[in-house]
Design a protein around this ligand. Structure first.
Ligand SMILES: Cc1cc2nc3c(=O)[nH]c(=O)nc-3n(C[C@H](O)[C@H](O)[C@H](O)COP(=O)(O)OP(=O)(O)OC[C@H]3O[C@@H](n4cnc5c(N)ncnc54)[C@H](O)[C@@H]3O)c2cc1C
Length: 451
């Protein structure tokens, strides 16, 4: 089925027109190869649940392959503690399917609508990087359709270089068709969360370190002054495994102007969050409520006004805490009030060259999209890069391409593997064009030992 349609990022601030193709469930390898053959000069990109904030799953004037129909969840293999799932299965479906069977995914991002393919292609993280690393690190094996070699099995031992280039590879190495995922046993569908209010950024970071060391999940919300609430979660004593019904997300209007990112509104929301944590710090929550809090507000982007929202997420190494403080103060004093600022802690990075998490702090900030925000974030990008940090590409819509080599030192290696898998540049996205991600330089090839 084909149509020409406007394809938007989840933040609604990026959009472009493309031909959206919906492949049938379980086509043959030949059917899938024909998809590559049919991609014209503007190429094609796979799209999962469309939960990327920016333009990673858009392809202006080309093909966008809607993978949501590629479902199917296999039976759990209790010996290897793994399950096989189609690339279009969402993490929400998997978590609910696995719970009554006593299993769960070790790593879950913040939206239930993220698909297995999208989670691998962005190498997403949860609130427990210190314990389990990223989603890609949970992939025991995957089947990927590549332009140069057709279907390829990839794992830590088979085509390992291609495996790590595809983990975090933003859909630019091939189309992930299904994956075998590692699981961990689940004792309860319920978790106990404890909120802890802290008066300054130093105290928030200190507390977040302590909570991440002792809890299953740890995350902190901060206001522009750095004060905030650190939340830790651990399995509840209640042993019930059966997922309850999840209330449908509330419809939210598209607000005028900057919506909730207008400074007086965001300051009031900050006060409410801290007050709520102070008067009722302890909650019993379902796994779904813990993992996917923003799904309760499916119109979150529209609450930032008609132009939508930009999320700026970066990581900096331990010791570069001044960059976090500058991001919080600097954006506010430039007139941009984030509606939400969330801190996490990352541990060791995995070998994927484009994977975002690296040891240190991660700060994600939601802003109303405005042209004047770009120079403010450009200056921050330079600080982040100089400190040895990086921005999260799957959430990006504006970073300068010349900073990428500093932010992602493995970029040359990734480009070299990618160009072997897709020498004719059939896989392309708006993000790839904007950041010149797939441009192959001779120096890259020499550096990576492929010339
Ligand atoms: C509310 C919310 C909370 C979030 N929380 C987190 C979080 O906690 N941690 C985190 O890391 N991220 C988080 N994200 C970002 C999200 O996890 C990533 O953007 C993820 O990639 C989205 O997956 P998707 O299935 O929606 O893919 P899309 O957004 O459709 O695509 C994302 C990328 O994956 C590629 N892709 C999709 N399917 C395939 C496939 N089958 N084969 C090859 N490539 C494919 C696309 O080409 C694109 O490059 C959040 C997003 C939202 C909206």
């Amino acid at each position: 089925m084909q149509n020409s349609t406007l394809v938007e990022g989840w933040g609604r601030a990026t959009r472009s027109r493309a031909t959206v193709v919906t492949p049938g469930q379980g086509g043959t390898d030949e059917d899938w190869a024909a998809v590559f053959a049919g991609a014209g000069s503007r190429g094609l990109i796979a799209r999962g649940g469309g939960r990327s904030y920016g333009d990673a799953a858009q392809n202006a004037g080309g093909l966008v392959l809607d993978m949501r129909g590629q479902g199917g969840i296999g039976t759990v293999d209790p010996v290897t503690a793994t399950v096989e799932a189609g690339a279009g299965v969402t993490v929400g479906e998997l978590v609910r399917h696995l719970a009554p069977r006593g299993w769960t995914l070790p790593v879950v991002p913040g939206s239930a609508g993220v698909t297995v393919g999208g989670a691998i292609a962005a190498d997403v993280h949860g609130k427990n990087h210190r314990r389990h690393g990223t989603f890609g690190a949970q992939v025991a094996a995957m089947s990927v359709l590549t332009p140069a070699y057709g279907p390829m099995e990839m794992s830590l031992t088979v085509n390992a270089e291609q495996f790590w280039a595809t983990v975090g590879g933003l859909g630019l190495t091939g189309i992930i068709r299904r994956a075998r995922l590692r699981l961990i046993p689940l004792g309860s569908w319920w978790v106990t969360t404890v909120d802890d209010e802290q008066p300054s950024l130093d105290r928030v970071l200190e507390r977040l370190r302590a909570v991440a060391a002792t809890s299953e999940h740890a995350v902190a919300w901060v206001d522009h002054g750095g004060a905030g609430v650190v939340t830790g979660a651990r399995p509840a004593r209640l042993g019930a495994l059966v997922p309850g019904r999840v209330a449908a997300g509330r419809r939210t209007p598209v607000l005028p102007g900057r919506g909730i990112a207008w400074p007086p509104v965001s300051a009031a929301a900050d006060r409410v969050r801290r007050f709520a944590a102070r008067i009722r710090p302890r909650h019993e929550r379902s796994l779904a409520e813990l993992h996917f809090p923003l799904d309760a507000l499916p119109g979150w982007a529209g609450l930032h006004g008609r132009r939508g929202l930009v999320q700026y997420q970066f990581t900096v190494p331990f010791g570069a805490e001044d960059v976090l403080a500058e991001a919080l103060h600097g954006t506010r004093s430039a007139g941009f009030a984030p509606s939400l600022s969330v801190l996490k802690l990352f541990a060791e990075a995995n070998p994927a060259p484009l994977s975002f998490p690296a040891p240190g702090w991660s700060l994600a900030m939601d802003f109303a999209a405005r042209a004047a925000l770009a120079p403010v974030l450009d200056r921050l990008d330079e600080r982040v890069a100089a400190a040895g940090g990086r921005v999260y590409l799957v959430k990006d819509s504006r970073v300068r391409p010349d900073l990428l080599d500093a932010m992602y030192p493995g970029l040359a290696r990734w480009r070299a593997v990618r160009s072997m898998l897709d020498p004719e540049h059939r896989l392309v996205s708006d993000l790839a064009r904007r950041l010149r991600l797939t441009d192959q330089r001779i120096s890259d090839l020499v550096e990576a030992g492929h010339a």
